[in-house]
Design a protein around this ligand. Sequence first.
Ligand code: PLP
Length: 448
Amino acid sequence: MTTSPERPRSHLFYQSRRRRPLLDQARGVYLWDVDGKRYLDGSSGAMVCNIGHSNERVLEAMRRQMEKATFGYRLHFENEAAEKLAEKTAQLAPSGMERAFFVSGGSEAVESGIKLARQYALAKGEALRWKVISRFPSYHGATLGALAVTGYTPMTAPFEAMMRPMPKIPAPRAYLDGLDPDDPATGAHYAEMLERRIVEEGPETVLAFIVEPVGGASTGALVPPAGYMRAVREICTKYGVLLIHDEVMSGGGRTGKFFAGEHWNVDPDILVVSKGFAAGYAPLGAMLAQDHIVDAVLDDGGFIHGYTYAGNPLACAAGLAVIEEIENQGMMANAAKIGALLKERLKGLMNRFPFIGDVRGEGLLLAFELVSDRVTMTPFPASLGLHDKLVEIAYSKGLIIYSRRTRGGYEGDHFLVCPPMIATEAHVDEIMETLTDSLAGLEAEIGP
Ligand code: PLP
């Protein structure tokens, strides 16, 4: 089969009519299409394939599970793979989080976290609490509940009539506001926005605050300013608001810690993870909660929520094998080391390309942002479509990166550069060479 545009009309559809080459195979940090063209996976898919493709030990663990059983419905059987993965996850989780609720992806995990929070409030006799405060920009998922807390208007706008509006506060984008991210006053300034909003809404009506500890695609790997995460924790505790860490993208080791919240020693009440949790080997996510929350809900009649594939043995066997690989191969340490190198090299690009306004991120969750003026941090007009153009130039040269046009109080083009955690210095060289060429191609279009 060929990848040519003359391929017959597909019976599949996704978001648009855009066609992509057919994937043939994937190994390590590379993918090949059916015409034999090789691509370096510089975004680990959508920040998913953290341990690289076709890891033989994970495949073997999945084969072993497949030969035993691929499905056992949770109302009929418990399964060892889910038990073991839950035990392992509890060891890695923030203190007090002893139990996991497994799902098939990030949106399902977020929905589950919001619903558990609401049931906990009901169990405590706090029925007025239903508002989940989130940030703009942010991304928490595509299902209607997760979308209601998402601060990214292109995805929420068509569905607003179908959702109850949820309060939003600005994400702490110090680099745009001319504030020093290392100054604790900056963290306090943005955290105060949360406190003000809780008070304005009426604390007795606020259920939770959901936050990506290191931002994902919506903010482009935004790292919170000094003191922010801790201040947010304290504010939530003060008003009885549950703190939900959305680690769908930042969890699983990519930032150099298994959960990004560990960078600030902050324990949330509820935590959700997916993507890197099974690293693309199976659709899997998890919602973890403090023990007393789970107990209160289970004692109050049970958690009124569930999915057919929850705790699927094959997905859980994959997840467990992925975590073992991350630990046994020292991948988090590599993500920290190679991430620091890649970040330095990306920063170096700012000398050559004046239209790169910012480079940020933690470990191998990294991004850079384009601006037409670095002093005023003015973005390029959306009509130039730069986020798409650079991705396409790089793709044509065999490098996959991930981009977004940010919305929500500011518009701008940013690009995530997030290769798998097995990336080496040689892979960084290869990424930088193709990226530099691609940026030169973009420069030719927009002018120096
Ligand atoms: N939360 C965050 C932070 C994400 O980055 C994503 C996906 O990109 C989601 C939730 C939704 O996950 P999924 O696409 O697996 O439903």
